[in-house]
Design a protein around this ligand. Structure first.
Ligand SMILES: Nc1nc2c(ncn2[C@@H]2O[C@H](COP(=O)(O)OP(=O)(O)OP(=O)(O)O)[C@@H](O)[C@H]2O)c(=O)[nH]1
Ligand SMILES: [Mg+2]
Length: 368
């Protein structure tokens, strides 16, 4: 069997618990003739609840266990005993998961911050026992109400990774190298295309403990919109990002940087025009290579964009600090008092507000 370690969409059968039936019992005790109705109500069926968790980093669990059934409510019994409510089924999913009802194509909602919950299927109500039906004209009702069915449907789960900035680039441009250099994330880095096969998020921490999350996704190539390479589906993971970071390989002699940049922009645009319009930082990577400077000069002349120069090969990694500060300047993360609040902040929701026009202008190295 092929095993998978990362799943960003999954389909599951969802069924909330059925309500317990009401009881039609009569009180039967010695010395109490004609005891009357004493049937209790049934318990409520359990809900199916989706909960965001920083401990889940993919939809693997839903993928392998696609039957999400909550517990049924327990039937009511005599002596006016209310049946126990069914337990909710809690499904932990990564922060940024959206849920759809596939039967109606309705979007049920999303869970973003750690601990956020969303009831996707409501349990059925418990039925009434016969005690409710006793009246002056009917002292011995046999009537009781069965529990309602819980909601049931086929659900689709989709993960849209939550990050402040998303790295976009051709395969082998150095996106994962950049993420590894600015965060504690350890993505695989190698000198061949499509090293990265699924999105990875790293957290950049500044001296004052302000933090930013950056997502590294698989490389994009020409035709990705039509499914070439790994396609564009991974752009979904940066669709929530407030800014894009184009990483260009300045040493590539076959796929020149200005061509690479145009292709990337076009592919992003064809995926989502709004995404292409977000603030973007352009990075000229591999500036340590011999051909890089010449390519850089041509790039500036042809596009009018002045990318930030970077080299991740040298020990000092020249340009890296400027990249860190550029991200900060645009995204303006909140400073945190101490390292203690840092852990807490990792669990806080990512700021989804758009970068203001003012900050956009301030960052002169940016081109829309
Ligand atoms: N000379 C030089 N090589 C670099 C630099 N940055 C990255 N590399 C090398 O380029 C290769 C590709 O780097 P990755 O970080 O895996 O590239 P990627 O963009 O994540 O590639 P995919 O995951 O395949 O899309 C590796 O061999 C890196 O060591 C740099 O600044 N200079
Ligand atoms: Mg990579």
């Amino acid at each position: 069997m092929k095993t998978r370690t990362f799943v960003d969409s999954a389909i599951a059968e969802v069924r909330a618990g059925r309500g317990g039936d009401g009881s039609g019992s009569f009180r039967r005790e010695s010395h109490v003739p004609e005891g009357g109705p004493d049937g209790g109500d049934g318990g409520r069926g359990g809900n199916v609840v989706v909960r965001a968790s920083t401990h889940a980093d993919s939809l693997l669990r839903v993928f392998y266990e696609p039957r999400l059934f909550a517990e049924n409510g327990v039937n009511g019994t005599g002596q006016k005993m209310h049946g126990r409510n069914g337990e909710d089924l809690i499904v932990d999913v990564p922060c940024g998961t959206e849920v759809y009802n596939m039967d109606t194509e309705e979007r049920l909602g999303e869970v973003l911050e750690h601990g956020a919950t969303l009831i996707i299927a409501k349990g059925g109500r418990g039925g009434w026992g016969n005690v409710h039906f006793k009246s002056s004209v009917n002292q011995a009702p046999e009537k009781f109400i069965p529990g309602d069915e819980g909601e049931a449907f086929t659900a689709r789960f989709e993960l849209k990774t939550i990050a402040d900035a998303g790295l976009v680039g051709f395969p082998n441009a150095g996106k994962s190298s950049l993420l590894a250099a600015i965060s504690a994330a350890r993505p695989k880095i190698a000198n061949y295309p499509f090293t990265t096969l699924h999105p990875i998020v790293g957290t950049v921490v500044y001296e004052d403990y302000a933090t930013l999350r950056v997502a590294d996704i698989p490389g994009i190539i020409e035709g990705a919109a039509d499914g070439v390479g790994l396609g564009l589906t991974f752009l979904r993971h940066i669709s929530r990002s407030r800014m894009l970071v184009y990483v260009l390989d300045m040493a590539d002699t076959e796929n020149l940087p200005e061509h690479a940049y145009r292709v990337l922009k076009a592919e992003v645009e064809s995926y989502d025009p709004a995404l292409a319009g977000r603030p973007a930082l352009v990075i000229a990577n591999k500036m340590d290579e011999p051909t890089a400077q010449e390519h850089y000069d041509t790039f500036v002349a042809e596009t009018g964009i002045t990318p930030l120069c970077l080299s991740l090969k040298d020990d000092g990694m020249p340009g890296l600090e400027a990249v860190r500060q550029a991200l900060r300047e645009v995204l303006n993360p909140q400073a945190k008092g101490s390292s203690a609040s840092l852990e807490k902040s990792m669990k806080q929701p990512v700021d989804h507000t758009e970068v203001s026009a003012e900050r956009f202008r301030m960052a002169t190295f940016l081109k829309p």
